[in-house]
Ligand binder design. Sequence first.
Ligand SMILES: NC(=O)C1=CN([C@@H]2O[C@H](COP(=O)(O)OP(=O)(O)OC[C@H]3O[C@@H](n4cnc5c(N)ncnc54)[C@H](OP(=O)(O)O)[C@@H]3O)[C@@H](O)[C@H]2O)C=CC1
Ligand SMILES: O=C(O)C1=N[C@H](C(=O)O)C[C@H](O)C1
Length: 252
Amino acid sequence: MSEKLAVAVLGAAGRMGSEAVAAVEAAEDMELVAALGRTDPLETLVSAGARYVVDLTVPDSTEANVRFAVEHGMHAVVGTTGWDAERLGRLADLLETSPGTGVLIAPNFALGSVLASAFAAKAARYFESVELIELHHPDKVDAPSGTAVRTAQLIAAARAEAGVAPSPDATTKALPGARGAEVDGVHVHSVRLRGLVAHQEVLLGGPGEQLTIRHDSFDRASFMPGVLLGLRQVAGHPGLTVGLDGYLNLND
Ligand SMILES: NC(=O)C1=CN([C@@H]2O[C@H](COP(=O)(O)OP(=O)(O)OC[C@H]3O[C@@H](n4cnc5c(N)ncnc54)[C@H](OP(=O)(O)O)[C@@H]3O)[C@@H](O)[C@H]2O)C=CC1
Ligand SMILES: O=C(O)C1=N[C@H](C(=O)O)C[C@H](O)C1
């Protein structure tokens, strides 16, 4: 077998990080060389010989973590949320100074979720109305979810390309928040409920009909095949890739 991928996990004690540690340890083609928490110095990545970094931390720390990885020539697979256009722009600029280094920013690693977002974007051009509901565990710090933001962006881009009018909405009187957040003109509603993991529904409405595209992650095991796929492919995709769909051939 060729040399194993030397992988470090950031956020290793977290809900996702601890799963990723176990998944990397179980992968025959990978070696876990470091598992870092919030108080561990990033320099440990260098002394441990990490070549690949998985970031599953918090929106406040992910940009600095990825910057450190890229500046040290390490490929990064990032599941942490909070990567808005400004942050992505800065990262793309940084990657130009490090040709050959790859970064994957994946709002969702679950293959079913990636497919559901792609299906929703495909369907969105054919329906008058579209709204999103994302449902998560109550320990999640951000709303809307990164997946919902990404799905709404894909839907909005598909509708703009097809020249579809904005979803009709006659609301003139509403309590604050009643219509959810708006992402690129798409309404997104966030539910936080004990017992949930990660779930999303895209509701598409036309005269006399509704199409619902729903995905459920019942367990964080659902994210691990995508994390491993990202690690195996990131070096072959230098520069910045947003969305695991960038590594899949969804048009086949
Ligand atoms: N892309 C995907 O498929 C998925 C993405 N996510 C995203 O991943 C992120 C993590 O989620 P989750 O595991 O549920 O969150 P957790 O809060 O369980 O885990 C985050 C971990 O990161 C640690 N941490 C905080 N700052 C740093 C730092 N600077 N360096 C290293 N570790 C740090 C925290 O430590 P401490 O507790 O000590 O502060 C904690 O252990 C979120 O942004 C979430 O939205 C989640 C699921 C799937
Ligand atoms: O915090 C979570 O749990 C999740 N975060 C990601 C997101 O914000 O989309 C991915 C998944 O939804 C789980």
